[in-house]
Design a protein around this ligand. Structure first.
Ligand code: SME
Length: 160
């Protein structure tokens, strides 16, 4: 059993210090990428408040394919350049979207989603995956969330 003693009311610096430390401990030395993505999705879901979806899409054969996640069943394949995830994967740039309804081409997997943060995971210069977070709250994600998840993406790039 892993118990990371979640305190979802922590201020963000402490919360994300805990998330990164737990993510490191969970994935360090484990070579199986699916197992690591599954545990990371569960960890984010457990520790990060106000999410309705948290997980991974992986780059497979030139498109994004659903990976381990927590939340409602989601669309399985996303072409590069489409939706928030496909835009992040095609550009290699984090997409922080305060209002998904205002994002051209947003793909609605869960009607409850109002804002979204998608962070590319880059290994050896290639986007290999994206971390996708959806929230039912508008403008849920700020620059601090973005910086923390970009640090998480860098930490796990060789482990998924
Ligand atoms: N909203 C995403 C699709 C994935 S779901 O949010 C899980 C997008 O526009 O790419």
């Amino acid at each position: 059993m892993y118990d990371f003693a979640p305190d979802r009311d922590l201020p963000k610096p402490e919360l994300y210090r805990d998330v990164l430390s737990a993510a490191d401990a969970l994935t360090s030395g484990e070579p199986d990428g699916v197992a690591n993505m599954a545990n990371l999705a569960a960890l984010i879901w457990q520790l990060v408040p106000d999410l309705n979806w948290a997980g991974f899409y992986r780059m497979v054969g030139g498109e994004l394919v659903l990976g381990p996640f927590c939340g409602k069943p989601a669309c399985i394949r996303i072409p590069l350049g489409q939706g928030v995830c496909g835009t992040a994967a095609a550009s290699g740039q984090t997409q922080r979207v305060p209002d998904v309804h205002a994002f051209p081409g947003h793909i609605a997997c869960d009607a409850a989603s109002r804002s979204e943060l998608v962070v590319p995971v880059i290994r050896a210069g290639e986007v290999i995956s994206v971390i996708d977070l959806d929230s039912p709250l508008p403008a849920r994600f700020d620059a601090e969330d973005q910086t923390a998840f970009e640090a998480l993406a860098a930490l796990i790039a060789d482990r998924i």
